[in-house]
Write a protein that binds this ligand. Structure first.
Ligand SMILES: [Zn+2]
Length: 492
């Protein structure tokens, strides 16, 4: 009987805890944009957060508050509408100084002055917020406050609504509901914060690719190239889905704007931002197309396949390898362009090893990604080539790195489990039917020189030169195996 009573008592408490952590509701008002402000009203449940809420920030020496610097006129009210005392604790965190905890309505303005700060330390303006003649770009980080709890994924039922000036629209990666300008966030709070949106009178284009709903938000100078973007994204999404044997997310937003500083891309959970400097045409596609394809492949390798500790060589290097070979397989780049791209990869690796005397292993190099950029991307890409060739050799070209990607996706992507190096080794072993531990010991955690000349020769390509001057060409009289490997990797 006592047990029964406890159960009864325990149940409402349990339900209460569930409800407490379950919802977050945001209303964004863009009608004050001409006064350089966006107004945000957030209904947050803060019991578990001990009445603290925060904004994810990218502080720098010059701007220690990062994005929080642009938060103005912040207030908090309890459920009865009574104003609460707020204290800023620094690093983008606030505390409501109230005797009781529970639900609060937090309101604030975001001043649209992000361009007055330098954001190079966190990847540039498209990791934060920027203005264009058509409207406003934001990452979720720069707009939304979140309860200060360790597991943001516990906050489900997240919704966002927009109040917009006339002729404006909101392009978001979230799911439209019946109500106008109202969205529910797929999954949880992390998909609110780690995404980007564009709000304005820009051009929007939606296309369906199988399970994928692709939404483009294009600045007016990018609108004439709409078909160039679709012509790239369609084959890349289709071929990546084929490699991984499945696709992660159904709705995907791509924001493309002109930029006078650089061509760059930033990938988020279900969206990405591309800024382009200079002309958009077939020639420049080698540049922006690579970034767009690379960031899209991160939807699989990076945002669905997530490592336990840093495995940047696999996340970045293998993504770059896949980018280059899929761009070739889909005929977006031709064979000479592939050679050129791969020559650059080898050059970077050689410069780092021989001229800069960088002796870090490819895996260690990821601890300082920016400083060891060439080893993480270039070295990682050469490891991918080597592993691809080793698996093809072991299986008479029946299996390849494609199968490792598919195996990783099946075991860790679909199950939302974080992977480790030993998992990549186990899946490579099972795909190849051989023990490839030595390969990872030598080239990933060890510092043995990757025999690039041999690996390229295995696919019928000849490498000449040394240090920064290297040249790839089609080898003379390739045998049947070399031709099969090349066909398998490049589709040529
Ligand atoms: Zn990347």
């Amino acid at each position: 009987m006592k047990k029964y009573l406890l159960l009864l008592l325990g149940l409402p408490f349990f339900l209460n805890v569930q409800a407490q952590n379950n919802a977050a509701e945001y209303q964004l008002d863009f009608t004050k944009q001409q006064q350089n402000l966006v107004h945000v009203k957030a209904n947050l449940e803060l019991s578990q957060a001990k009445n603290r809420f925060f904004m994810i920030t990218h502080p720098s020496d010059k701007n220690p508050d990062g994005e929080a610097k642009f938060v103005k006129n912040i207030t908090a009210k309890n459920k009865k509408g009574q104003k609460q005392t707020l204290k800023y604790l620094g690093e983008g965190t606030w505390e409501i100084q109230s005797v009781s905890s529970g639900s609060f309505t937090v309101e604030y303005d975001i001043a649209l002055d992000h361009n007055t700060e330098n954001w190079d330390h966190c990847g540039g303006v498209d990791e934060v917020a920027y203005k264009t003649p058509e409207g406003l770009f934001f990452t979720g980080y720069s707009l939304f406050m979140a309860p200060d709890i360790p597991a943001l994924g516990d906050v489900k039922n997240v919704s966002v609504s927009f109040t917009l000036p006339k002729n404006w629209k909101a392009s978001t990666p979230w799911i439209k509901t019946q109500k106008p300008n109202h969205y529910t966030v797929n999954e949880d709070l992390r998909f609110l914060l780690n995404n980007c949106i564009f709000v304005g009178n820009h051009h929007e284009k939606e296309i369906k690719l199988g399970d994928f709903e692709l939404l483009f938000a294009l600045g007016s100078s990018m609108q004439p190239y709409e078909n160039d973007f679709i012509g790239l994204m369609q084959p890349i999404i289709e071929s990546t889905t084929k490699v991984f044997k499945g696709s992660p997310k159904k709705k995907y937003l791509i924001v493309v704007n002109e930029n006078d500083i650089m061509t760059d891309g930033s990938a988020f959970r279900t969206s990405f931002s591309q800024i382009i400097k200079g002309k958009v045409n077939k020639n420049s596609r080698t540049n922006w197309g690579h970034i767009m394809a690379h960031e899209t492949i991160h939807l699989w390798n990076g945002h669905t396949l997530i490592p336990k500790e840093q495995e940047e060589w696999f996340k970045e290097g293998f993504t770059d390898y896949l980018t280059n070979i899929l761009l070739t397989r889909t005929k977006i780049i031709d064979e000479p362009t592939f050679y050129k791209r791969f020559e650059n990869v080898i050059t970077k690796y050689n410069i780092t090893r021989d001229l800069m005397q960088n002796k870090l292993s490819i895996q260690e190099s990821g601890n300082n990604k920016d400083q060891n950029h060439y080893l993480v991307y270039g070295g990682g890409e050469l490891v991918a080539l080597g592993l691809d060739i080793e698996i093809r050799k072991a299986t008479n070209n029946h299996k390849s790195l494609d199968d490792v990607f598919a195996g990783m996706y099946e075991a860790f992507g679909k199950t939302n489990t974080r992977y480790e190096l030993k998992d990549i080794i186990a899946i490579s072993n099972s795909v190849s039917g051989k023990n490839l531990q030595w390969f990872f010991d030598d080239y990933v955690t060890g510092t043995k020189r990757i025999p690039v000349t041999d690996y390229l020769a295995a696919m019928g390509l000849q490498l000449d030169g040394f240090l920064e001057d290297v040249y790839i060409s089609a080898g003379e009289n390739p045998n049947a195996e070399q031709l099969q490997f090349k066909k398998g990797i490049l589709g040529l």
